[in-house]
Design a binder for this molecule. Structure first.
Ligand SMILES: NC(=O)c1ccc[n+]([C@@H]2O[C@H](COP(=O)([O-])OP(=O)(O)OC[C@H]3O[C@@H](n4cnc5c(N)ncnc54)[C@H](OP(=O)(O)O)[C@@H]3O)[C@@H](O)[C@H]2O)c1
Length: 226
């Protein structure tokens, strides 16, 4: 396992691909995971096309999860449980799983500007209930637009609230700082994901009302310089 590497399960989708582009561009090795090996390989090819110096590989989710100390879960939240069950036995203590999930009501056929309740409190806490002991879960990147991540010519003007146990959330805050324009914000304990996840539904509504298909970002003001 490479401590520097980042695995992105479902990295074939919009958000995961955007992160793969940004992290490889910053010089970090990335492993893209998919349920289908060919899709993962195709996504890795796309990354290499856009970032010729990229150190990137496409693997099935089960293999991808064993390659990196930080594993992004980049599938819609309604597929979290199935995805985690497929890789659970591969995860080992010390790994960090990043939840970007948002409980959008689209999962039950309703609109993306509303959310549904999750028994555990948030998508991130659902993940925490499903990973093996010793694996840390961090909540982050829910408010960052995939479109902005994929547009390598632009900066991603957004703050990222990062929540979870302290050492793990520090690790993920450092990943935010690899992307020009992103800023990791210390979001405290994992339960604060309940607030952050809901904000995405608000942002989706704002995108529609203000006509910004590329996606708005959020900024906190008044923070002391880090
Ligand atoms: N899109 C955004 O702007 C955005 C912004 C903030 C946060 N997020 C979060 O980022 C995560 C990924 O979002 P996304 O927009 O990239 O999602 P997406 O493109 O709809 O899907 C991502 C990947 O999920 C996998 N997937 C699809 N159906 C599945 C199923 N039935 N079971 C297991 N895996 C399945 C697919 O990978 P394979 O078919 O290759 O396995 C797919 O490429 C979500 O949790 C979302 O809340 C997204």
């Amino acid at each position: 396992m490479d401590g520097n590497a980042i695995a992105i399960l479902g990295g074939t989708g919009d958000q995961g691909l955007g992160l793969a582009l940004r992290f490889t561009r910053a010089g970090r090795p990335v492993v893209i995971g998919s349920r289908k090996l060919e899709r993962a390989e195709e996504a890795a090819r796309k990354v290499r096309q856009a970032v010729p110096e990229a150190e990137v590989e496409g693997l099935a989710n089960e293999q991808a999860a064993t390659r990196a100390s930080t594993v992004f879960l980049s599938v819609p939240f309604e597929h979290f449980a199935a995805t985690l069950k497929s890789i659970r036995e591969k995860l080992v203590a010390g790994q960090v799983v990043v939840s970007m999930g948002v409980p959008l009501a689209t999962a039950v056929g309703d609109a993306a500007v509303r959310t549904v309740g999750i028994w555990q409190g948030s998508c991130a806490e659902l993940v925490a209930a499903l990973v093996p002991p010793g694996v840390e879960v961090v909540s982050a990147f829910q408010n960052v637009s995939a479109h902005r991540l994929q547009d390598l010519a632009g900066e991603v003007e957004c703050d990222v609230v990062v929540s979870g146990a302290k050492p793990a959330r520090r690790r993920v805050m450092q990943l935010c700082d690899l992307v020009p324009g992103l800023r990791g914000i210390d979001g405290g304990p994992l339960a604060n994901a309940r607030i952050v996840e809901q904000m995405t539904a608000l942002l989706i509504g704002l995108n529609a009302r203000y006509g910004v298909p590329e996606g708005l970002g959020i900024r906190f003001t008044g923070l002391p310089p880090s």
